[in-house]
Design a protein around this ligand. Structure first.
Ligand SMILES: Cc1cc2nc3c(=O)[nH]c(=O)nc-3n(C[C@H](O)[C@H](O)[C@H](O)COP(=O)(O)OP(=O)(O)OC[C@H]3O[C@@H](n4cnc5c(N)ncnc54)[C@H](O)[C@@H]3O)c2cc1C
Length: 381
């Protein structure tokens, strides 16, 4: 379905990922959804295969691959279920911060473990009182000699429960003007005194992605846990959000493609009034419209992937894709569920899970309203 410039090596890689997931993920996915988390043993297997952060430099244990390999992994995880997106979050959203902003000693310390599956990562920006308005966060990191003392609470953190290291967005200067200039990023490791995790949150979908609250109560971290420069955290976040939102749009379009396939299959098999449901003009028009919209979305996302690979600044276009494609995926879920009739509302049918899983895609990675705020701002409004 894609038009990306894949080579033979990419295609071979995709086949091996598919085969691996067919054996190691698909049979267990329902169990992971019930347990509300993916077991660490699976992360280890991913690490052994080189499927975690394959793009990282070979000197840290990576394969030094291009972004298309990440796209392939992200797509294949999404096909198993949106509850696997926490793996893509680790590989292509969190670890890029360490790769770009950590010093050599920090990279040697963290990257190999994040690549072999020993360390699962998360990024903690959102707080109970601040999500969209990131500059309003209350978590502080106060300097104390050569240490920082972190206090605050984060919520809705993907991979939070299993995470071994978390990038925590903190205020190092709560009085900075403008406020975003006082933000810094810290890596907090599991087991650091004062760092605790709440229970796994009870979400309506994406169950296999564990999500939880993180509490920081006088957590003392060394200055060696500061990522990059103090006060630059907000700029670092802005630099990395393009890739995060692009992957979010990619997840949306892959899900939409999958839902269309399953609905074509269902409507050709199910009959009513002596013919298959797919013979009704309404069904055909619905499927034809969805196929058209999905094709438009795929073309847009693929174009942005190529531009992203080429190093272009496509923040505005990625914001467009994030809101438009995730909205499309949610609408597609609803239309496909309708074409499944009552069975579509039953848990045994994949479309029911997709309907629940996709609901959040317009909320996380920056809400769709915030995407429009960014677009409008970049239009000079
Ligand atoms: C399943 C899940 C996983 C998540 N994973 C992570 C994670 O790993 N790390 C992390 O840090 N966060 C994570 N989040 C948090 C997520 O990024 C936030 O929920 C999101 O940014 C919105 O923030 P909020 O919930 O505080 O909503 P609010 O900011 O309170 O927004 C509420 C509503 O007001 C609207 N709104 C706010 N400001 C404006 C504005 N200026 N103009 C127009 N409308 C506006 C919003 O669009 C939204 O509709 C996750 C959330 C969920 C549900």
């Amino acid at each position: 379905m894609t038009n990306l410039p894949y080579t033979r090596e990419h295609e071979i890689f995709r086949k091996s990922v598919q085969k691996f997931l067919e054996i190691e993920a698909a049979p267990y996915f329902n169990e992971w959804e019930e347990n509300k988390c993916i077991p660490k043993s699976f992360w280890k297997k991913l690490g052994e295969q080189g499927y975690l952060c394959p793009w990282v430099d070979e000197k840290y244990g990576g394969l030094g691959t291009d972004f298309y390999y990440s796209v392939i992994l992200y797509e294949e995880f999404e096909k198993i279920g949106s509850g696997m997106s926490g793996i893509g979050l680790h590989s292509d959203i969190v670890i890029p911060y360490i790769d770009s902003f950590a010093n050599e000693e920090q990279k040697q310390r963290w990257l190999p473990l994040c690549l072999n599956g020993d360390s699962i990562s998360a990024i903690a920006m959102t707080e109970p009182g601040a999500g969209s308005d990131l500059a309003a966060i209350k978590t502080t990191a106060r300097k104390d000699g050569d240490k920082y003392i972190i206090n605050g609470e984060k919520t809705f953190i993907t991979n939070g429960y299993t995470a071994d290291l978390v990038i925590v967005v903190c205020k190092t200067d709560p009085h900075a003007n403008p406020p975003h200039k006082g933000i810094s990023l810290f890596v907090v490791e599991e087991g650091t005194p004062g760092f605790t995790k709440g229970a796994k949150l009870n979400k309506i979908g994406q169950h296999a992605n564990d999500t939880c609250e993180l509490i920081f109560d006088n957590v003392r971290v060394s200055k060696d846990n500061l990522l990059g420069e103090e006060g630059k955290g907000f700029y670092y976040l802005m630099q990395k959000l393009q890739q995060e939102r692009l992957l979010c749009a990619l997840g949306g379009i892959v899900s939409a493609e999958e839902m269309l396939k399953m609905t074509v299959s269902y409507t050709t098999q199910r009959s009513a009034f002596g013919k298959s449901i797919s013979q009704f003009q309404n069904t055909q028009f619905e499927l034809a419209e969805m196929a058209t919209e999905i094709k438009i979305g795929r073309t847009f996302v693929d174009d942005l992937i190529v531009k992203h690979v080429n190093g272009q600044n496509v923040v505005t276009e990625v914001s467009m894709a994030k809101w438009w494609v995730t909205d499309l995926a949610k609408k597609t879920a609803s239309r496909c569920m309708q074409l499944h009739g009552g069975y579509g509302y039953m848990e045994e049918y994949e479309i029911a899970r997709k309907y629940r899983d996709l609901a959040v895609t317009s909320i996380y990675a920056g809400t769709n309203e915030i995407m429009k705020v960014i677009i409008a701002k970049n239009m000079g409004l």
